[in-house]
Design a protein around this ligand. Structure first.
Ligand code: LLP
Length: 402
């Protein structure tokens, strides 16, 4: 693993750019990407960064510079990827629940598309027939993932075309002579167990013989990263070995060897991100001592939305005597980041850093309570660059009709 950013570096960035501040370590993203390519060196693989985790164009440019591809969940994300300089051939759009017009727009961009409903597959067939090779997102009916909110492959999930509807899929393909080049599944996020991916592959092996023009199999994202000490993580080398074995044992009956695609989000950017806040207020009560920071779930929603754990460090006083604190925000609604957490003594004005803030941190932020979204900084080879300025009042009223 690449070196973490030091407390001194983070403090100096907080002083220079102000807080709250998101900081991303580009070299850590590179190290994570290289872990994947090294582990899968013996399988024909492509990694599409699931940019819904963090879409800043400078992060996308960095992913491009290290040889990655991009997976998008909206046509606007695809446009951001193109803005970042990606070739359309390296951009994948895995759609869900969208109007057909958005698929038409994606088609006009020349990017790869995974279609996730029979209805859109039919419309696609009618309009494009065999002329534009396309992928299908399937629902494998596998329960997996860190919690139900981030599980997507189970038999009550809205995502993908249920694999038990294969007959209907094949009828549409035959009717319009569709060229299906990719089969996609994504079972969820925070998946530690390698066998979940193997189960998914097994579901696909059963149906692959029906897809004569298939070129790739897309196993989605969801690799688990550790959020707290002692947390497990997906064993990537073991996964690579099992994927290789599975494909070696199941050569494509229709000839060409299939390429394996993945769409990692958290794995690439989660631990690369640091969210720096400053303590506004200390409040002692009978039950706990509150440390109220200059942020809230408007900036980092994961603790309140998923009960997610983020490690918090007091970088202003790392060696201080440990006490219990409840870390809250300044939002006019309960916004607890951590209840009764042991941290080195906190004083008003201290900088508290939330770790693993790169994935679904800034990206899920909002202007709730009419507060500004934070600035973002990227550090690469020791050099820091501002990659998004902090909101101003003008940003809050930009689209309001006054
Ligand atoms: N591919 C597809 C089709 C997806 O829906 C997702 C995530 C990914 C790839 C990337 O998954 P990852 O490698 O990041 O686990 N906001 C939640 C996570 C939601 C994930 C949504 N889809 C969180 O903060 O935990």
């Amino acid at each position: 693993m690449s070196q973490q950013l030091s407390n001194e570096q983070l403090i100096s960035l907080a002083m220079q750019y102000g807080t709250p501040l998101y900081v991303y370590d580009a070299d850590h993203i590179t190290a994570q990407y290289q872990k994947l390519t090294a582990a899968f060196a013996h399988t024909d693989t492509r990694f599409f960064y699931a940019c819904k985790a963090l879409t800043n164009v400078n992060i996308l440019k960095h992913i491009k510079s290290i040889g990655g591809n991009v997976d998008c969940s909206s046509v606007n994300e695809a446009k951001l990827a193109l803005l970042a300089g990606f070739d359309p051939a390296n951009v994948l759009y895995t759609s869900n629940g969208i109007h057909f017009s958005e698929i038409e727009e994606a088609q006009s961009l020349g990017i790869h598309i995974n279609i996730d409903s029979l209805s859109n597959l039919e419309k696609f067939g009618k309009k494009f027939g065999h002329s534009y090779p396309v992928g299908i997102r399937l629902r494998p009916n596998i329960m997996a993932g860190g919690n139900i909110k981030i599980s997507t492959g189970h038999d009550k999930s809205k995502f993908g075309i249920p694999v038990d509807q294969l007959d209907k899929i094949l009828t549409i393909i035959a009717k319009y002579n569709l060229a299906i080049q990719n089969l996609h599944i994504h079972t969820g996020s925070d998946i530690k167990d390698v066998d979940v991916f193997v189960k998914g592959i097994d579901v696909l092996f059963d149906i692959i013989p029906h897809f004569k023009e298939l070129k790739s199999v897309d196993l989605g994202g969801g690799f688990k990263v550790p959020y707290k000490k002692g947390d497990g993580e997906t064993d990537i080398p073991l996964l690579a070995q099992k994927v290789k074995e599975a494909f070696d044992n199941h050569p494509n009956p229709n000839g060409n060897p299939l390429q394996v695609w993945f769409e990692p989000g958290k794995f690439l950017v989660s631990a690369a991100g640091y969210f720096i806040t400053e303590v506004n207020v200390l409040k002692e009560t009978a039950n706990t001592v509150f440390a109220g920071v200059n942020s809230g779930f408007n900036h980092l929603i994961r603790p309140m939305f998923y009960d997610a754990y983020h490690q918090i460090e007091n970088i202003s006083n790392p060696e201080g005597r440990e006490e219990h604190y409840t870390i809250t925000g300044n939002i006019c609604e309960t916004d607890t980041f951590a209840w009764d957490r042991k941290l080195p003594e906190i004083k008003e004005g201290d900088f508290l850093v939330f770790k693993n803030a790169g994935a679904y941190g800034f990206e899920m932020s909002s202007n709730f309570n009419s507060r500004y979204k934070p600035a973002e900084v990227m550090v690469k080879n020791g050099n820091a660059t501002l990659i998004r300025r902090r909101d101003t009042f003008d940003d809050l009223i930009r689209n309001q009709v006054l």
